[in-house]
Design a protein around this ligand. Structure first.
Ligand SMILES: [Mg+2]
Length: 219
């Protein structure tokens, strides 16, 4: 049975050095500050609490402050993506060389994900974008979206290869039996099967991934 490759979006399909995620992070804090009418320091603390209890800022805002998710997502993703992310021919060629169905699995909104993919020039490489709405707003690293992903893809967890830059997401995926690759420029493996510093390195680990022979080593 063919493997299905599942990719996080932010800081996975483009590097953290693009600076896009930092800006969104700042806008999330700004949104909390405006929505709750508190200063930025308080907003930062409220957000930390939400992340700990609910997994995402959005879920905390929805449950505690009746925030409309569409309003929140439009605000935080209102960034000049096209200026910050450029077409990447090398990335496109790499994805085109992978003969597996590919999906994007992101805590972000659908529109935003499509804009990032289009800016990178890789939007046609993916079967589908599975976004925060697909997750019923119960974001990674919770177990729920991963279970939904497995059932949606209709394959055994062992047939899914998952790529993400956040260790907590990798740890949840691993617990469910998904082959999990951490994309980390620092090379810290954490709980991942393999760590690579960029998705562009996938070809170098492909044989191991596909044979299901990923050992606990770094590449
Ligand atoms: Mg990410």
């Amino acid at each position: 049975m063919g493997k299905k490759f599942v990719f996080d979006l932010d800081n996975t399909l483009y590097p953290p050095s693009a600076g896009l995620w930092e800006i969104i992070d700042g806008r999330i804090e700004q949104y909390v500050s405006i929505a709750l009418n508190v200063d930025r320091d308080t907003a930062r603390n409220v957000r930390k609490g939400f992340l700990k209890i609910h997994g995402t800022t959005l879920k905390g805002l929805m449950l505690n402050h009746s925030v409309d998710p569409g309003d929140y997502l439009a605000y935080v993703h209102n960034v000049d993506i096209e200026r910050m992310i450029q077409k990447d021919g090398e990335l496109l060629a790499m994805f085109n060389s992978l003969p597996y169905q590919k999906y994007v699995f992101t805590n972000a909104s659908h529109d935003y994900a499509l804009r990032v993919l289009a800016s990178l020039g890789i939007e046609q490489c993916f079967e589908e974008v599975l976004d925060i709405q697909f997750m019923d707003y119960l974001a990674k690293p919770g177990v729920y979206p991963f279970r939904k992903l497995i059932s949606y893809l209709g394959v055994a967890p062992g047939s899914i290869v998952f790529f993400d830059d956040i260790e907590e997401n990798i740890i949840t995926a691993k617990k469910l039996g998904i082959t999990s690759i951490l994309i980390s420029p620092n090379g810290n493996k954490a709980g991942a099967d393999v760590v690579i510093d960029s998705v562009k390195k996938i070809p170098s680990i492909l044989d191991d991934i596909v044979k299901g022979e990923v050992d606990l080593y770094d590449k």
